[in-house]
Design a protein around this ligand. Structure first.
Ligand code: SAH
Length: 501
């Protein structure tokens, strides 16, 4: 057919097109389809827009195009609150109304379960619950993050001004795929106090001529400023990541920072590697405590899916190196939902795979007979044990290792003793790549009554749920939780139980 053959040659670099944006891509870009089904990805175009764009790179069935003009703006378009939203790229969905963003996330999970997981539309629509959105203040959620990591460097403006002029010391974010930093101290997802903290560090650096780290040469000292805050405790930790094991006039740095309200911990982290991994392993506390604390509250879930505050809570210690969810308000809802889905009555044995610092385990411990957490990072397991002790929880055990090794080894050991593994509920919360197939195989061998799957990637979630379904489980509930407002990331909780129950 002539049409098909011509397709590749039909679209060329520089060619102008007009298209309606009908979907959102993996990086938040707009997706349009031309009349012949040819797909175009257009950065900064919003779902519902009608745009004029020019093709930058044409492939066989799709192209990337540059947004030239919005011919008709989407009714769901909003003005981003952040002045650098486009340059930063951290909030891919700021130009979309929050209501539409939530709808997109709900649809994303639904579509992946159908397309990748092979579940029927009818089944998904019967069991899927509406996304848990965040509190919407001025078109969306702001100031929700409890962690900020800001690179420090010389401003490029100074470099441009004179070849050898090093420029001012600035903190902000890397301009897309470069080593130059665009100054920005007030990210609107983070705490308002962060701006003040960052400026105090910069003032200290200017005063004592402390050089920022230069990624290109590997020289200089200060690489990043990491700020963590306890949303409910009000405690603040500042960690300065340094290309070396000390800073000049450290006492003066401390003097600049201690007067920040809530300051609890000032730490120096050494990272001398030429890498884009932010933190090194070595820590030295310059002032105050080594860790801060925060509390997460447990909600009861009402019959209509509402979140009702309960008297229960769990307190966690957080070190600069700990993995800890960045959106505490929504994390409480996420874990409470996982707890609710687990359907515990007080006697069950629960395994919490990919447990991090034991967050979900400790949410469940008070409602179960016994909880076992498994996590690959030894320090996180140390934290998990300390967190259990701190909360007076005695029925939780934690193991270091890969879920796909620790769980099968446990099953083998039990079987060698002539015993059943005897696990009632398994909860998994893997990283984006999902569960290892050996892990899923072992779950199918154990056949717990319920599997609760907490996922940060609907595509791998759908893949894994298909494996569990083919192994005799059935989907019972699916509910997305918006953990990362204004970004494309989608979190989700799923309940499965045996198909014959
Ligand atoms: N449930 C925790 C952590 C979730 S993040 C929380 O909500 O806080 C996923 C965790 O899985 C990380 O802590 C990571 O270190 C861990 N992890 C990654 N691969 C793993 C594996 N193969 N086995 C066990 N844990 C793993």
């Amino acid at each position: 057919m002539a049409g098909k053959k011509n397709k590749t040659s039909e679209y060329r670099k520089g060619q102008e097109i007009k298209v309606h944006i009908i979907d959102i891509g993996m990086r938040g870009e707009g997706i349009g389809k031309l009349e012949d089904g040819y797909t175009v990805f257009i950065k900064d175009a919003v779902i519902g827009d009608y745009v004029r764009a020019s093709i930058m790179k044409a492939n066989k069935s799709y192209a990337y195009a540059h947004l030239d003009q919005i011919l008709q703006a989407s009714p769901d378009r909003v003005e981003p609150l952040c002045p650098v939203a486009r340059q930063c790229g951290g909030c891919q969905l700021q130009a979309l109304s929050y209501e539409k963003e939530l709808e997109y996330k709900q649809n994303k999970v639904r579509a992946d379960l159908i397309r990748i997981g092979g579940f029927s539309e009818e089944e998904i629509d019967r069991i899927m619950e509406p996304i848990v959105g965040m509190q919407d203040n001025t078109n969306g959620p702001w100031r929700y993050r409890n962690k900020a990591q800001v690179p420090v460097g010389y401003s490029t403006a100074g470099k441009k001004a004179g070849r050898n002029a090093p420029g001012r010391v600035v903190a902000g974010f890397y301009a897309g795929r470069t080593h130059s930093i665009i100054p920005m101290t007030d990210c609107m997802l983070g705490e308002e106090i962060n701006k003040d903290i960052i400026n105090r560090v910069l003032t200290y650096m200017e005063l004592h001529k402390v050089p920022p780290y230069d990624e290109e040469t590997g020289k200089g000292l200060v690489r990043h400023i990491l700020i963590r805050s306890g949303k409910y405790s009000g405690q603040i930790m500042v960690c300065i990541i340094v290309n070396g094991d000390s800073l000049p006039y450290e006492a003066d740095l401390v003097d600049h920072l201690v007067t920040v309200p809530g300051m609890t911990s000032i730490v120096l982290n050494t990272n001398t590697e030429r890498t884009n991994v932010i933190l090194g392993k070595q820590l030295r506390t310059l002032w105050g405590r080594d860790e801060i604390e925060d509390t997460l509250h447990v909600y009861d879930i009402s019959a209509d899916g509402g979140f009702v505050p309960s008297a229960e809570s769990v307190t966690f210690r957080i070190s600069p190196l700990s993995f800890y969810q960045v959106n505490p308000e929504q994390t409480q809802k996420l874990y409470s939902l996982a707890l609710n889905y687990a359907g515990l009555t007080g006697t069950e044995t629960v395994w919490d795979l990919y447990c991090g610092v034991g967050t979900i385990s400790l949410f469940m411990a008070g409602h179960a007979g016994k909880v076992c957490g498994v996590e690959i990072i030894p320090e996180a397991i140390e934290n998990a044990k300390a967190n259990a002790a701190r909360n007076g929880i005695e029925n939780a055990a934690f193991y270091v290792g890969k879920a796909e090794e620790v769980l099968p080894a446990y099953v083998q050991a039990r079987k060698a003793e002539g015993e059943d593994p005897d696990i009632d509920v398994i909860c998994v919360d893997p990283p984006r790549k999902g569960c290892d197939s050996k892990c899923l195989e072992t779950i199918l061998e154990i056949r717990p009554d319920r599997v609760v799957y907490v996922s940060c990637d609907p595509a791998t979630l759908a893949r894994d749920l298909r494996i569990l379904t083919d192994g005799g489980y059935r989907l019972r509930k699916v509910r997305p939780v918006d953990q990362f407002g204004h970004t494309v990331h989608v979190e989700c909780v799923v309940l499965m139980s045996k198909a014959n129950t």
